[in-house]
Design a binder for this molecule. Structure first.
Ligand code: NAD
Length: 477
């Protein structure tokens, strides 16, 4: 059921020049399910040469052809969603219903960028002299190097690859080594839709080796990365040294504010569902729960009850609502966050421990009696931990919400239109959702500010990141 995973370079699937590989593990069992080929320098050189020649072909391919190719890829991935979802659950752990949702959303993202391909409009600027045409045209930026993580093996890749293909760029995608099979299935959908050899390469291997080779390479004109802030800063500085354009989609630590006039039941339901989606390994997951003191007791009790009821289990089991963490590093990280918080005085309302001794399962965990010296209030937990903190005034909760260097997502619950407007304006965050969870659709901007990165991977801003602006002034003769 789970395929071994190869590299895709210049129109061919290959095991890699030096035969290096690594095992792929199922996070629900710890067992090996397949083998992943690694790219080394000779493979990267081939990928770069292919991206260079692929770009020369693709940038001249009519926008209408790029549109039709992406629309076809969307249809193909939708038709394969059931099979791909099982592959994703086996390698990543998330419940199969979430994996299928992610795969279907990839179709929507492809459709969005297909349409964008036909709308990379320039403009004509009125000239100061007669018979002069001042034209602004948009051109593809060139071959792209993209780096995507393991939490959404398809979603993180489909935004980058579709934007590149729509704009007329070629791309080398370094996919996620721990969850490579569904990402390879995504690449296969583009290929089956007719993306020509050289336009899209897929490589895996040692991330640092690959990024340090590709980013400075003269063939590569743009870097795009999704992952942690420390790694993003390293890659952004290397890109800066070589004057490469970048998009950085980095970590977050989203505040979720519940005001005293909020519908607590709705807040608990929506926040709990979104905290535990993908076992909390989501960059926009609600993370610091800031609840007005008047409704604090009610919220803690209902949120804790919801956490206790959550069915944790193998993502292939249709009753599971939360799967295992994707790798053993996350289990170690959860244990360390909880130990640090408890040692500094936190109260465990529920959870706090790994489940069983097989696979990477961890209990949905609720912590109260929190203070800001605790690591969980400062570092991205990236797992099913919910610290709940009371507040008493609008100004104090805004100060807490904006305290960290992160600025990716922020949430608020209130029945007052005045408070909703005020909090929407006050958040220092790239994305804000009030009274519901409304982020990450293809047609809306997706990106952060401050240490959460820059650039947008959704909405009409997204394709701009793959385009250069050229000005042509032409005197008619
Ligand atoms: P990590 O920081 O080592 O890696 C994060 C991602 O960056 C991985 O996909 C990894 O393959 C990649 N990476 C690491 N070093 C790289 C390099 N030198 N060049 C290119 N890519 C490189 O840690 P991790 O254990 O894999 O993930 C843990 C943390 O990463 C989480 O706590 C979370 O903060 C963050 N993360 C964020 C996202 C996101 O969606 N923004 C996704 C995955 C992980």
């Amino acid at each position: 059921m789970y395929p071994d995973v190869s590299l895709h370079i210049n129109g061919e699937w290959t095991k890699g020049a030096e035969g290096r590989n690594e095992p792929i593990l199922n996070p629900a069992t710890g067992e090996k399910i397949g083998t992943l080929a690694h790219a080394t320098k000779p493979d990267l050189d081939k990928a770069l040469a292919a991206a260079d020649s692929g770009f020369k072909v693709w940038k001249k391919t009519p926008a209408d052809t790029r549109y039709k190719t992406l629309r076809k890829a969307a249809d193909i991935i939708r038709s394969r969603a059931d099979d791909i979802a099982k592959i994703m659950t086996l390698e990543q752990g998330k419940p199969v219903v979430e994996a299928k949702g992610e795969t279907l959303l990839a179709g929507d993202i492809m459709d969005w960028f297909a349409e964008e391909a036909r709308r990379t409009y320039g403009r004509v600027i009125p000239a100061r002299g007669e018979n002069i045409y001042q034209l602004v045209v948009k051109e593809p930026v060139g071959p792209v190097a993209a780096f995507t993580p393991w939490n959404f093996p398809i979603n993180q890749a489909v935004r980058k690859v579709s934007a590149a293909i729509a704009a007329g760029c070629s791309i080398i995608l370094k996919g996620p080594e721990e969850t490579p099979g569904s990402c390879a299935a995504l690449v296969q959908a583009y290929l089956d839709a007719g993306v020509p050899a050289g336009v899209l390469q897929l490589v895996y291997g040692n991330p640092a080796e690959i990024s340090s080779y590709l980013i400075p390479h003269p063939v590569i004109r743009k870097i795009t990365f999704t992952g942690s802030t420390p790694v993003g800063k390293q890659l952004a500085s290397l890109a800066g040294l070589h004057m490469k354009r970048i998009t950085m989609e980095l970590g977050g630590h989203a505040p979720a504010i519940v005001f005293d006039d909020a519908n607590v039941d709705v807040a608990v339901k929506v926040l709990s569902a979104n905290k535990h989606r993908n076992a909390g390994q989501v960059c926009v997951a609600p993370t610091r729960f800031l609840v007005h003191e008047k409704v604090y007791g009610d919220f803690v009790q209902k949120y804790t009850d919801a956490s206790k009821k959550l069915k944790v289990g193998d993502g292939l089991d249709k009753d599971s609502r939360m799967g295992p963490l994707a790798n053993t590093r996350r289990v170690d990280a959860m244990e360390a966050f909880v130990a640090d918080a408890v040692q500094k005085g936190a109260k465990l309302e529920t959870g706090g421990k790994r489940i069983g001794n097989k696979g990477n399962f961890f209990e949905p965990t609720v912590l109260t009696n929190i203070n800001n010296d605790m690591r969980i209030m400062n570092e991205e937990p990236f797992g099913p931990l919910s610290p709940i903190v009371p507040f008493s005034s609008f100004d104090s909760v805004v100060a807490e919400a904006n305290r960290l260097p992160y600025g990716l997502a922020a949430y608020a619950y209130t029945n007052s239109a005045k408070t909703a407007s005020a909090i929407g304006a006050a958040f220092e965050s790239g994305m804000v959702s009030i009274n519901h969870h409304g982020l990450a659709l293809p047609e809306v901007p997706f990106g952060g500010v401050k240490d959460s990165g820059y650039g947008s991977e959704g909405g009409s801003e997204a394709i701009e990141a793959y385009l250069n602006t050229k000005f042509i002034s032409q005197l008619g003769i």
